[in-house]
Design a protein around this ligand. Sequence first.
Ligand code: GLC
Length: 562
Amino acid sequence: MTVRSTARTAPTASTPDLSSQDPGWWRQAVIYQVYPRSFADADGDGLGDLRGITQRLTHLAALGVDALWLSPFYPSELADGGYDVDDYRDVDPRLGTLDDFDAMAAEAHRLGLKVIVDLVPNHTSHRHAWFREALAAGPGSAARDRYVFRDGRGEHGELPPTDWQSVFGGSAWQRVPDGQWYLHLFAPQQPDLNWENEQVRADFRTTLRFWCDRGVDGFRVDVAHALVKDLGEPLRDLGAPELSGEAALAEFAPGTHPFYDRDDVHEVYRDWRKIFDTYSPPRTAVAEAWVPGPRRVLYARPDELGQAFNFEYLQGGWDAAKLRGIITGSLADAHAAGASATWVLSNHDVVRHASRLVLPPGTDPDAWLLSGGRAPAVDAAAGLRRARAATLLMLALPGSAYVYQGEELGLPEVADLPTEVLQDPIWEQTGHVRKGRDGCRVPLPWTTDGPSYGFGTGGAWLPQPPGFGGYSVQAQDGVAGSTLELYRTALRLRRKLLDGESLTWSDDVPAGVLRFDRSDTWRCVTNLSGTTVDLPAGEVLLSSAPLDGGRLGPDTTVWLGL
Ligand code: GLC
């Protein structure tokens, strides 16, 4: 890592004001995703908790992020890592109490960090009071109308109502003892809510106000594109299992898939925006919507959520031309919608980018995980080098960046978790074909050794691999060139350099190189080619790997001051 004078990078007049009152604080914020059960365990039960997060907030402040987003911490059976919520307005007792949440939020705010919570409106847990009521109340009842219950097909109703498939594998319908079926786009323990039911809408308004009143600054909206479905009778079959996946959206005229990205879903978010705007500063939100670009940014319009995750970037691989096209398109889409762009390389659902970016193009991540990360073998050092370059590229882009816990340590995917420890429902639901997402959810290493590498005193709910301590915060803190120090420096510099929300590409670059200027002060160059290239003009502010005799080696990003 190379860091030189930062004196010339004093804040400009248009540097975003990240103080608590700026209504646009999120537009270019860096948001750190905490997966609570894997972050830090204060009570030694092997499961991360809210007090653990509070104790470690100084790590986030020192890193220089603007906000933290917490994946669900609500009471849950953990059938899907907490995305199966029993009660939207409480804390899982294993993770703490509402008082612990308030203490965590107060400490975050004291440190200048905003707090974003995860909202899961597409489905509840099957343990939610409403679902228990629905089962007890029987067919045709008002309680069943909050969910999507239907009679089955076949002579005795023994066949599911449609051929819709669950994202996690198998039919999206589950039969209950009285013979009816209910819809679950995810696990059977996650029954889908019926958003045509006014009680459902009203209850989520109450939940939003509940957390806004507790001081949360924003929401991440889970599966935002699936809430509203075409439930008119008769329900339509799709005709082929793969048409149930978001990847098939391109095969449908916009808004015509029976359960993804229907036009009417936007009414829900326009309604929520009215609530967000009653607070000062207005609350913000980001949609998790696996929908192609121009349709995706509709969720981010100013009268809706403000932002939507840009998964095309995450799926763009390590290819200069492809990434440039995705970046240009994403910025144009965001601009057209009046939103700010978003970038993300890792999260709790995908293979960590320190491993993913060196999988040969076309590798099926599920097959790779099934091989225990051995076919093909991945060069960890090459992966880390590429990940660092990708991160500096991401952090130079206009808009906001979402960073997933542990990527600041350069953590690779733990691809060789033994199958008997897997917790992700995907493993069972696919009949042991897909191992699922546990490999990116392994509890964080904080110290070089000791029980669970400082995660807690009582072990870790997923086993950490030997040598994990080498990635720990303790091992990297203050160490020049470490990934942790690279992130810290990059975030500090970025905050000073930010100016406007546009970039200007240079076309006069060698093949496989991306180069753009942010305003007239800051230039980013990434070498995605296999050969060393000359550096353009500019003062080196930071580079993701040591420069090669003043030239830019493969898989390296450099930030230049102009
Ligand atoms: C989202 C979450 C994922 C979860 C799913 C169902 O995609 O990110 O972790 O399994 O929704 O709630």
